[in-house]
Design a protein around this ligand. Sequence first.
Ligand SMILES: [Zn+2]
Ligand SMILES: [Zn+2]
Length: 268
Amino acid sequence: MVNYMCKTCGTQFAATDQPPETCPICTDERQYIGWEGQQWTTLEALQQDHHHIIKTVEPNLTGIGTHPSFAIGQRALLVHSTQGNILWDCISLIDESTIAAVKSLGGIAGIAISHPHYYSSMVAWSHAFDAPIYLHADDRQWVMRPDPAIEFWAGETKSLGAGLTLIRCGGHFAGGTVLHWAAGTAGKGALLSGDILQVVSDRRYVSFMYSYPNLIPLPAPTVRQIVAAVEPFAFDRIYGAWWDRVVQSDAKAAVDRSAKRYIAALEG
Ligand SMILES: [Zn+2]
Ligand SMILES: [Zn+2]
């Protein structure tokens, strides 16, 4: 029995004799089947030719990214807190040297993930650190490797302690979640947004899409709902899903001007 992994989205599946027929994450209209057709790999194969780059991105925040890039290419973030470290978003690769490096940083007390495109190898990470996985219940149908470590949460926010709050924004996925880190960015607050609020190339704006690869926008009321969800929280910086996708400062104003620009475009 093998935990097959989709090469296009990086999702690891429940163990089977044969590879699954399709990847539901990729056949969904928000993703796509790889241009060479559906292809599968395994964590063991990935460990042969990929490794991790682990670096501090600001005090008490460590990035973990796979090199060379794999699947969607997001990097994970480890938020250090007095009540244990939270792994924000997940990645497909995990190996012995990564486990040793993360243990030297204090390990992982919990894993929280923005949306199903980053569920990746969450169960393997959870087992390595004996850490629960917090997923929004509205995205339950997209879990491809069920496990008792997964704790579904419902509603609009969930506190993880130490000033860390999961906020359900919806939009890209019904359970689309961001993590507010009150102590981040020298106490001004930071938002870890995955691609629920997508930091765009000029890094002064974010965007909000139903599908990024297929360029399917979201309706104006949904964009307003995303902005309203983060409005009660103070933050000066937004960390998107990739190393350099960061709104460095004045990020709350960036969200407001981004929503205004987006809605103006939609409404003509
Ligand atoms: Zn896939
Ligand atoms: Zn996504």
